[in-house]
Design a protein around this ligand. Sequence first.
Ligand code: SF4
Length: 441
Amino acid sequence: MTKENSTYIIKTYGCQMNEHDSERISYILESLGYTQTEDLMSADLIIYNTCIIRENAELKIYGHLGSMKSLKEKKPELIIAVCGCMMEIEEAREVIRKTYRHVDIVFGTKNISSLPYLITQHLMANERVIDTEAVDDIDNLQKAVRKSDVSAYINIIYGCDNFCSYCIVPYTRGRESSRSAQSILEEVRGLVSQGFKEITLLGQNVNSYGKDLHPCSSFSKLLMELDRLEGLERVRFMTSHPKDFSDELIEAIRQGEKVCEHIHLPLQSGSTRILKEMNRKYTAEEYSQIIEKLRESIPNIAITTDIIVGFPGESDEDFEQTIEMVEKIGFDQAFLFKYSKRTGTRAATMEEQIPEEVKSQRFQRILDRINDICYEKNQHYLDSIQEVLVEGYSKGNKDMLTGRTRTNKIVHFPKGSVQVGELVSLKITGFNSFALEGEMI
Ligand code: SF4
């Protein structure tokens, strides 16, 4: 049904799970005979894989779709499709249905495997198709055109049952659903046989893995099974939730030779009062205790986090507690976000919404503190020897390669005779708040 030499482009927004969904969509399209292009204007099929975690992500999509109207008028045979978390929200679908009539296909996060059928339906009937019915079999979604030949994303659990009061994800990704360990191990064996060295296990909350399986399993158990896989060099995972961070998991990370010494553990706020309003289900003290246990068990572990500033009702005192926590823990990196009201979430209806300028002041103040701390943390790497997995060329410099340490630090170094995909030992010769520099030893 696809025209000879048809091309496609996918514009991906949001998290690693969306990036991996786009890799899966690429596989489906290339199986239909499409080839990828980077040129938006010449593509025969344009897909927007959307994110709705914050307002600006949503507005950005409407902006892009608006700019596509004139292109569609010039190229009526062009197919424009929209998928991802935004399309799981009825209100957003209605906006597309009413305002963006040049969008031909709408699908969701749980029916990516329907795409071939949706394209055929659109072309046969020459009508727009809107379908988000969940049909994907999560144990059979492995096929993907991966962006890297070295490191691969692996979905292990879909959805989230936590309902943090500010978060829209449980409404777009649904209830937690774990893949079978067998299908995960099979996928990883396949990737290792293709030469992949590293995997990153993905989930909104990987620590919940296996609770819904019969018989029940656990994330620690899965990590240990992966750690025994021949040929695999490194195992990473994200995102963890502090409420499910057990001693058993800390022990699995300590014992697992392939499990990298880096944990991404969202704190969100240093104020226990705000954490309660966020429905995060842990206190600031409990979070600190997890970090202490991790550092006792795995001394060189790197800790990164997510922090929201300006959550409804956040007082100056609450914010000071977040700053104190940042200083007390000393994160290796932190991703900062200004609270963004999401329709349908409990926090969106809360009183005491914080003014934008206050959010911006708090954001800037904590960003400056974080950058100083990251600079100090990276300074400790100077003159050390680090094992680095080479991932590719440094942006804009073909004589420099880039890779990551086991602690997830980015390192740039002169290429010499090194190849992408190699595990090399580098001496760290330079640093700033965001990355390290190194040289082969
Ligand atoms: S754990 Fe909370 S913040 Fe993370 S995806 Fe689930 S509801 Fe959202």
